[in-house]
Every structure is written in C-alpha cells, then in structure tokens.
Ligand binder design. Structure first.
Ligand code: PLP
Length: 376
C-alpha cells in the first residue's frame, strides 16, 4: 500500500472490485534493477501487467520488453519501444506471427527445439535466437516446470541447427520459476549455460548472451530477499562458471517489477457458516479466481489482505470468490485468518496484486466485468 493509492481510493471511491497501480513504485523497481545489475539489460515481461501507462513509463526509463505474441509486440511499440528493444520470448509461436514480428522489426527470438528454429529461419531470416533450457523451478512458488525449454544436452544441437540455417546462434535462456525466493536458484542454470557456451565454442560457434529470465519476487505474506541479494548471487554464479569470459546478460522481470505496485480493492459479499457446528466461516469476496486472482490456483500465491477491522480478534476463514463455479475458492486447504468482526459490505484491500491479475481476469464469467484497473 502506498500513500498515493490510499489517497486515490479515499477521494475517488471507485465502485466494484478494481486494481490501483502506483507508477512511482514501478519506477523505483526499474531503477533498483538497473542499479543493482548495471551491466544487465532489463526486458520487462509484458504479460505481468501490459497497461499502456506501465509500458510507457518503462519505455521512457530505457527498459526493453519481453513479449509472447504479436499484440504484446504492438503494445510495446505503441508505448514507445523501438523493435531492437523487443524480444519474442515465447518458445511456441505460429510461423505467421514470427513473420509479422519480423515485419515489425523484431530480431530476437526464443527457441527450444529444431522445429521452432526452422520457423524462425524461414520467416525471420538472419535473426538472433537464444535457446531456452529446462529448469525444475525448485523453490519457486509459481514454478514454470517442464513446459518450456529443452534439456541442456540438446541445446547445442538446436543452436547449431540455427547457425546452419543462417540465424545468429546468440545465447541461452532459462527461467528459474516465478516468485523464486531462493537467490541461489540461478547457479545451476548459469552452470548449464556455461557448459553450452563451451560446447558451442568447440563447434566453432561463439555464443554471446545469457538470458537470466524472471523469478524476482514480490513481497506477499513472507519476506523476500532484496534485488541486490539476487544481483550478488547471479554475479557470483557468472563469475564461478564463466570466469573471465563474462557474457552479455539480460533479465526479464515481470512480477518483481509490478507486483508490489498494485492493490486490489474488493468487498465482502457474504459471511456464512455451512452448519451450526462449523468453526470455519466462509467469507465471499466480490473478486475470485475468475476476476483476476487466478494465481491462488492450488493456493500457490497467498496475498496479504487488509481490512478496516485489523487489530480485532482473528479466526480462520475459507475465502471464496463470487461466481457460480465451485473452483472459485481462493484459500480452503490452508484457511485464511481474518477478523471475527468482518461484516458483509466491508472493504478489503488485497496487496501485491500489480502482476498477473488484470490479464488473468475472465471476460464476463457469470456476467462479471473484467477487473478494472486505474494506473496513477
Ligand atoms: C513470465 C515470464 C517472465 C516473467 O517472470 P516473473 O517470474 O514474473 O518475473 C520472464 N520470462 C519469460 C520467458 C516469461 O514467460
């Protein structure tokens, strides 16, 4: 929560559930990444929060952009980024989208297999490609697991294929899992990347770049290390595994850039019990999994929730959303402690919601509007 968001909510009294994003926090986060990692270029992961104001601010501050689709590329361009500052970082692209990205000037692409390399070679000839390698996401609260990346053993073959087809085999990427609270998580991946650099050098191809991905956390209920601690751990890993041959590096923060900049204002719609003997109350909010809080899936992300009655006695609650889908329950396995005095109509503030909320909100499930967003 920031004073600016508090003041906005007090004076504007926006109706319905809504997200308020404070651009001052985004600016501060960008500058802290840039300062802690001065030799590393920042590619903001657009999917975390693609609001035009956020993109325009980051473009003005000098950020580059990691995109996953043609519309995201167009949003980054509209915000003022030039195409050299945009990567097409999705490893799963339609070839016609690659062609469109190429037309728009994008020259940096992610791949994780030979079939994807062939699409790029045909539709974005001469471009730079980096090969994403698998990472188990251990220690991350929102692991990205096996969907993206190839085994490090396979990467040299993929990159050599790119080289033979006239592309520039440019580097290696990975993502250590989102909301990664272990600063040591980068070490093993950097070691794999260094191994691939050596293997490629033996084949006569010089790689240049390591894309360190995202994973930088937002503070939810538990403390998280500061950006400087991540910067130090990553710099140590590079020194250990690359020695004097320090590669060009980029990072792709999403959550760590915008998560703490946003607060969702929501309302208690119902407080009830399922039986007289029930000692866990059900608290239903006017926002749930389909209104933007999708990352509560498997209760992975636990948001801090503030009420006007904080300080009163607490009791465990099942917390649920307003829609007619029984999957729309936020926290049940591990009930959420809220004030016993909480009542229907009370306002609640859900903090740390600047990332992965508006974009996850359904279009009109049960007729509920997508999550409204105010960027201030
Ligand atoms: C989503 C994504 C990111 C951002 O991850 P965070 O954990 O939110 O920082 C970075 N890179 C790629 C390729 C992604 O898909």
């Amino acid at each position: 929560m920031t004073d600016r968001i508090r003041e906005f909510l007090r004076t504007r009294r926006p109706d319905g559930p809504c997200l308020v994003v404070d651009l001052d926090v985004v600016r501060e986060k960008y500058l802290s990444f840039a300062k802690a990692m001065p030799d590393t270029r920042v590619f903001y992961a657009v999917k975390a929060n693609p609001s035009p104001e956020v993109l325009a601010l980051l473009a003005e501050l000098g950020s580059c952009f990691d995109t996953a689709s043609v519309p995201e590329i167009e949003m980054a361009l509209a915000a003022g980024a030039t195409p050299e500052r945009i990567s097409f970082g999705n490893t799963i692209k339609k070839e016609r989208d690659v062609a469109r990205a190429f037309e728009l000037g994008v020259r940096l692409y992610a791949v994780d297999c030979e079939a994807e390399v062939e699409k790029i070679a045909r539709s974005a000839p001469g471009s730079k490609v980096f090969c994403r390698i698998l990472s188990d996401g251990a220690g991350a609260e929102w692991p990205l697991s096996r969907k993206f990346g190839c085994d490090p053993e396979m990467a040299p073959r993929v990159l050599e294929h790119a080289h033979r087809l006239g592309l520039e085999a440019y580097g290696v990427s990975f993502h250590v899992g989102s909301q990664q609270r272990n600063t040591g998580a980068w070490d093993a991946a950097v070691a794999s990347a260094a191994g691939i650099f050596r293997e490629m050098a033996d084949r006569g191809i010089t790689l240049k770049m390591v894309n360190l991905g995202g994973g930088f956390p937002t503070r939810y209920l538990k403390n998280v290390p500061v950006v400087e601690a991540y910067a130090q751990a990553i710099s140590d890993a590079i020194l250990t595994h690359f020695g004097n041959h320090v590669p060009e590096t980029i990072i792709e923060p999403g959550r760590g850039m915008v998560g703490s900049a946003g607060v969702i204002k929501a309302e208690v719609g119902l407080v009830s019990k399922k039986s007289d003997g029930d000692d866990v109350r059900w608290v239903y909010l006017d926002i749930g999994k389909f209104g933007g809080l999708a990352e509560t899936m498997d209760e992975a992300i636990r948001y801090p929730i503030k009420t006007e009655r904080d300080g009163d006695e607490l009791a465990p609650c099942v917390l649920a959303g307003p829609t007619c889908d029984s999957a729309d329950v936020l926290y049940e396995k591990e009930p959420y402690w809220l004030p016993v005095s909480l009542e229907i109509g009370d306002e609640v503030l859900i903090e740390g919601t600047g990332a992965y909320t508006t974009t996850y909100s359904a279009v009109a499930f049960n007729g509920f509007s997508p999550l409204k967003s105010y960027v201030i």
